[in-house]
Design a protein around this ligand. Structure first.
Ligand SMILES: [Zn+2]
Length: 330
């Protein structure tokens, strides 16, 4: 959770995952767009299934440096700037340095600005004040900071005694964790998936094309991503949401029904939901990439998506149980 991984800048988190995978006896490889892959031979060679969880999180990029030494930003993914106000962010330079800063609206103080409360929290109205002694553009440039540097937001992860996980970027790091819990289960119990299994970890989901590349042999493509919580949905923070539809289309009926049946047989707490308002996942990216695959998706019910998110450990356990049932097909 603590390793920054804004869209397209995920080397650090992928190398940490590579370490964990190695401990469990699995190797990670990469394609040209730096998606991580773990391939596991199944008991039955006749099919290859793919499970994807994206490692990128919402982030920003430095748009420009003002004459007063503030940074202006563009968003990478669907940020909710109201939820970002006052957060600590980190700016990552091309030469590997990082600097912290404070993200605030241009009218940032009730004592100073008439429009402090009314200013719309959107990219054009937000600035980053670096936690450095800088007052000019030149000062900032001398730190090595340039337009195009990526910006991450501190997640403020918290795990409560009652089992809630409160953090930014539960989307989709919770799903990545679930995949590793499944791998640990296979490793500890000396199990093999029923069919050949490819796990992928793309880093451009939040801007829409992460999972668009799919190896030819894949017939089933499952995205694990956050389930939404809100009106017109049955999902909650303690269950798995199995998606019937999102904003990008309808999920494969046969594959989705297979997941529903596996959930019932494995005593997984779940609900089937339509997450059709502005929500997409890498499963849609796979279809738009022209791949001949059946798609489905599920994930932990998560409150306040793309803000300070919250889910419950029960939801994650349910996700892991469904994932294990899917890869073992029993
Ligand atoms: Zn996501």
């Amino acid at each position: 959770m603590e390793i920054p991984s804004p869209v397209g800048d995920c080397d650090k988190v992928l190398s940490k995952m590579e370490e964990y995978a190695k401990e469990l006896g699995y190797a990670m490889t990469y394609d040209n767009k730096s998606t991580g892959y773990i391939s596991i031979k199944g008991l039955d060679d006749s099919e290859t299934h793919l499970v994807t969880t994206h490692v990128d999180t919402l982030g920003m990029m430095v748009k420009s440096i003002t004459e007063r030494g503030e940074l202006t930003v563009v968003e990478l993914g669907g940020l909710n700037f109201s939820s970002l106000e006052g957060e600590t962010v980190d700016v990552h330079t091309r030469d590997g340095r990082s600097y912290s800063g404070l993200i605030i609206p241009k009218s940032h103080s009730v004592h100073v600005f008439e429009d402090c409360r009314s200013m719309k929290r959107e990219a054009n109205n937000m600035i980053i004040m670096l936690d450095e002694i800088v007052s000019t553009k030149k000062d900032v440039k001398s730190l090595g900071i340039c337009a195009g540097d990526t910006i991450s937001v501190r997640p403020r992860y918290e795990f409560t005694d009652s089992g809630f996980i409160k953090s930014r970027f539960i989307d989709d790091k919770a799903a990545v964790a679930a995949v590793f819990a499944m791998l640990k289960h296979l490793h500890d119990n000396d199990l093999k998936p029923k069919y050949n299994l490819i796990l992928t970890f793309p880093q451009y989901e939040e801007i829409g094309h992460g999972g668009s590349v799919v190896p030819d042999e894949v017939s089933e493509y499952i995205a694990i991503d956050i389930g939404l919580v809100g009106p017109h949905m049955e999902s909650n923070e303690r269950e798995v949401s199995i998606f019937a539809k999102d904003n990008q289309g309808v999920f494969d009926k046969k594959l989705t029904t297979k997941l529903v049946n596996l959930a019932v047989e494995s005593d997984v707490d779940f609900s089937v939901n339509v997450h059709s308002y502005r929500y997409g996942s890498d499963a849609g990216a796979a279809l738009r990439g022209g791949n001949d695959v059946a798609i489905a998706a599920f994930g932990p019910g998560t409150l306040c998506s793309h803000g300070m998110e919250r889910t419950h450990i029960d939801a994650l356990n349910n996700v892991v149980d469904l994932l294990i049932a899917y890869v073992l097909e029993k």
